[in-house]
Design a protein around this ligand. Structure first.
Ligand SMILES: Cc1cc2nc3c(=O)[nH]c(=O)nc-3n(C[C@H](O)[C@H](O)[C@H](O)COP(=O)(O)O)c2cc1C
Length: 371
């Protein structure tokens, strides 16, 4: 089947990767209400058609934190994304670079920052989770510096993980034991192409940035266990200040929904924020990102760039966030579906689709540039 939209890529990824992996990516926390609201509220933002404006040339380029992006789109940090295709984050970063957009590599990626930097020919942004072990965080920040990451993105909306029921049902989490291993094996057996591409030739299946902490040969379940024990629920703005003191470059705070928190981020020296509810994977019942954005824009009054993510499923959605003031948007699931369906070429095509949709939306709303 020809893939014409991001929805097509979601369906193709579902056919290609084992169920536990598809559900892990596709799902949200609890009843998935905030996930649905991210998508639904964004799609409900009306676009104003304008006519008889010269839109024979539209310019999607923007400047952000000293970088020029071909369009205001960034691949969001997605843990375990690299499982969707062989050495997946390397493939995704290559596609992002070719498309002229940025990518934030997750702390809990499959490929390490060094592998992605070497494979892509330049360092991506690095996303940091706060761990109980401050030394581990300091080492990650030092590594991001050593690799030359252009920005550090500190995710602050995960002091403790929200429950994701789909992962329990698929035996990805929830202490599945031997029965769970067999259950997952059956899901892998149903996807033989993935089993060969990733299972057989795609190793090591580890969280590349954590191997020194968990052990290079440890199974993925040990990594998940380490994480569950090591997210730091005690972190506060003092910890943010500590990260700020270690990272002189652009520091972006991800996971802000409240205007007061946005103001605190500015007070503490953030260079940008991401309005985000973690793609509806944390506090179910939280406001959608697109509804949270206007009050935050009002409060900050343009003093730092405000990024947003959650629910972008087309280039039209990029324009919707832009209209509400976002300097750029991040996409999470869409790029991972592209990776699952077609590796680097799949991510590249997802980005092409978004770009073409954005250009058309700009033309039909009478906009020639985004700057
Ligand atoms: C499977 C999955 C894993 C994620 N892992 C991380 C992560 O490791 N770090 C992080 O800051 N955000 C993580 N996120 C959140 C994304 O960065 C982003 O905020 C979210 O996916 C945006 O919503 P969208 O998927 O609707 O585009 C994850 C999201 C998904 C779907």
């Amino acid at each position: 089947m020809k893939l014409a939209s991001i929805a097509d890529y979601r369906a193709a990824s579902r056919r290609r990767v084992p169920r536990f992996l598809f559900d892990y990516t596709d799902g949200g926390s609890y009843a998935e209400q905030t996930l649905a609201a991210n998508v639904g509220d964004l799609a409900a933002v009306q676009l104003d058609q304008r006519v008889l404006v010269d839109v024979s040339r539209v310019e999607t380029r923007v400047k952000l934190l000293g970088q020029t992006l071909a369009m205001p789109v960034i691949l969001a940090p997605v843990g375990l994304a690299g499982l969707h295709a062989r050495r997946g984050e390397v493939q995704a970063w290559r596609a992002a670079r070719e498309a002229g957009v940025a990518m934030a590599l997750s702390t809990v990626s499959i490929c390490s920052l060094a592998e992605v930097t070497t494979g892509g020919g330049a360092a991506p942004w690095f996303q940091l989770y706060l761990t109980r072990d401050k030394g581990a965080n300091a080492a990650m920040i030092a590594e991001a510096k050593a690799q030359g990451c252009p920005a550090l993105m500190l995710t602050v909306d995960l002091p403790t993980p929200g429950a994701r029921y789909r992962d329990v049902r698929s035996s990805l989490t929830g202490a599945p034991g031997l029965a769970g291993t067999l259950h997952r094996a059956a899901q892998v057996a149903a996807r033989p192409r993935w089993a060969v591409d990733v299972g057989l030739f795609g190793g090591p299946v580890a969280m590349g940035n954590l191997t020194r902490l968990v052990g290079a040969t440890a199974p993925l379940s040990d990594y998940l266990g380490w994480l569950a024990r090591n997210f730091d629920a005690s972190a506060d703005w003092d910890r943010f200040a500590w990260v700020r003191s270690l990272w002189p470059g652009p520091l972006i705070v991800k996971g802000i929904l409240h205007p007061d928190d946005a103001a605190l981020a500015v007070q503490h020296g953030a260079d940008a924020i991401v309005v985000s509810n973690h793609g509806g994977r944390q506090l179910d019942g939280a406001i959608s990102a697109v509804r949270a954005l206007p009050a935050i824009m009002d409060r900050l009054g343009g003093c730092i760039p405000v990024l947003a993510d959650g629910g972008v499923r087309s280039g039209l959605d990029v324009l919707r966030y832009h209209m509400l003031g976002a300097a750029a948007v991040m996409i999470g699931r869409p790029w991972v579906w592209g990776l699952g369906a077609g590796g680097q070429a799949g991510v590249a095509h997802v980005l092409q689709l978004i770009r073409a949709e954005l250009e058309t939306a700009m033309a039909l709303t009478g906009r020639t540039r985004l700057a």
